[in-house]
Structures are given as C-alpha cells and as structure tokens.
Write a protein that binds this ligand. Sequence first.
Ligand code: UT7
Length: 330
Amino acid sequence: MQKKITAAITAVGGFVPEDKLTNADLEKMVDTNDEWIRTRTGIQERRILKAQGLATSDMGAPAVKDLCQRRGIDPMEIDCLICSTVTPDMLFPATANIICHKIGATNAWGFDLEAACSGFLYAVTTGAALIESGRYKKVVVVGADKMSAITDYSDRTTCILFGDAAAAVLLEPNTEGYGILDSLLKSDGSGVHYLHMKAGGSLKPPSNETVAAKEHFIYQDGQPVFKFAVKGMADVSAELLERNHLTGDDIAWLVPHQANKRIIDATANRMGLSQDKVMLNIQRYGNTTTATIPLCLWEWKHELNKGDLIVLAAFGGGFTWGATLVKWAY
Ligand code: UT7
C-alpha cells in the first residue's frame, strides 16, 4: 500500500531589516510612552525597511535565499512559491513572481495569497495540499510584509504596533508522518469594518481626496479586534487539540501570531501551556503581520527537535483566524 504523503517543513529562512524603531523613538513622534506600549502590547522595538526603493520582495528574496542555503538547494529546484502578504510590491504582478525573479527561481510558478495576519497559516495549508497531491516536491511559503509602507506615523493607535520582516519555510513530501498534520482555518467577512485599509482598492481607487484623508494607511478599531482575537485564537487552538486527541502536555511549542502579548497569554492559558512553551519575540519585532509565525520558527530553529508537536495559531483582518498542527521533521 502506498504511504500517505504529508508536507514536512524541511528548512526555515528569515530576514529582518537592520533599522530599529524603539518605543523611545515613537515617544518623540506621537503622544505615547514606553510604559503604555510595553504593558498594553509587549512591544519594545520593531524593524523598519528604511532605504528608498525597497519593497516587500526585498525582504522576501533574502529570506528564501537563506532557506535555500540552509537546505543546500538551488532556487531552480523550487516548484512553487506562495507569498503571503498584505503589502505586495504592487497590486499586480504578484510579489511571489518578483521574489522568484530576484532569487533566480525560474522553474517555479507562484502566487500571492492575502489573509492578513492569518496569511501564513492559509498559505502553509495551501502549500501542504500541493505537496500532498503528489504533484510537487518543493513548495516555498514566504510571509513578508513591509508594514511601514501602510502605517501612519502620526496615528498613535497603530504606529506603535507594526514592523517589517519576512520569513519562509520549505515544504517537501514525507511518508513517515512528519509535517503539517492538521489545519483549522476560519474567516468572517463581517469583521471588515474593524481592520482594513480604506482606499487603494476597487471600492475606493486612489484620489487626491483619499490621500488627503489618509485612507491609504491601516485602520484598526483595536478593542473589538482584541476581543475577537482573544476568543478566536484560543477557541480554534483548543478545538485543534481536541479533534487530534491532544492536550497541552503533548505540545512542545505554541507559535502564536505576535499582535499583542495579552492575546498570546490568553491562548496559551486556554491550551494549558506554560510560558516556556510559547515562542514570543513581539518585544523585538512588533506585529509583522504575515511574517510573525515563520519569523518565530526561524528564531527558534535550533531549539526545535525532530518529532516535536507544535501549534501555529493566528488571528487577523478579515476576520481570518486559524491553527495548524505540525510534527517537526528535523
Ligand atoms: O494583528 C491583527 C490583529 N490585531 C490585533 O490582534 C490587535 C488587537 N488589539 C489590541 O491589541 C489592542 O486593542 C491595542 C494594543 C491596539 C490597544 O490596546 P487597548 O488596551 O485596547 O487600548 P484602547 O484602544 O482601549 O485605548 C486605551 C486608552 C485610550 O485612552 P482613553 O480613551 O482611555 O483616555 C487611548 O486613547 O489608551 C489610549 N491610547 C494610547 N495611549 C498612549 C491608544 N493608543 C495609545 C498610545 N499611547 N500609543
């Protein structure tokens, strides 16, 4: 009997820009303070892609190159590259295509996928299905966002939250039961009003009025998003454990989307996980939207062991949310 194919994560790559934007810097820009930011969010600093003329693909490309080096493969071996982003270089063509061009992955097809902060989970689930189909051997999933491009640095309710980064995983077929074991993904478009960018799409194309009204920046009504996020991320993670007959004791790591430390704590509590099993780097990078989860995997790569069961969990604009169960493959 042919063994079931699962999609194993076989390498992780990452890239963060060098420039830091600290809470002290923000105190000089808007009416805020370090204590408020740290206690309400857990963030101390974020990275910003500052140089003119650089875009999301300029972070995605080095992240994927890093991944290829670690796995010892040539970019020409990549079959497909999925880029999850809310800040594509341009509305079209896809940033995935631009990344492939920049790294010389000329055998790959690819596309962008947009599910806001849950984008990496949507993309890794899609990538896993491509591997499981048996048709593809190397699928790269990159989460990349230049959030500074859509952040209004005069709006204290959002500018303290976001940072820029990219990170990527390589998916390859496995027949020993390692890799993406299950995903529980959800969406509810009625959440559109709470977290969005008002203009620049087909609903409100760019105009002098939209620019003057600052409608090309992130808009977030923080409190309702917070309430939905706490419930959504905790519920879906608990449900994922339950349907796989697991408890917190079976889980080596929770890899949560890094939007707010309080949301992360609530999810970990609900799963019965202690703090030492939770990957947390929000203090150093802030909310990098779709890059947060692979960025954690990249930072913790030397602490992950073959066979570890890990839960990836996210909540974001849309609303979108979900959780993915992974058995670490190396
Ligand atoms: O990643 C995608 C999903 N996004 C999320 O999951 C984010 C969810 N939301 C949150 O994390 C939180 O709602 C925020 C961190 C965005 C805000 O925290 P909060 O505890 O919900 O604060 P708030 O919006 O209720 O504001 C409390 C107070 C207000 O003042 P008053 O009305 O009580 O006088 C705000 O005006 O804090 C004020 N405030 C600030 N004060 C200092 C808002 N922003 C700031 C600031 N510095 N930067």
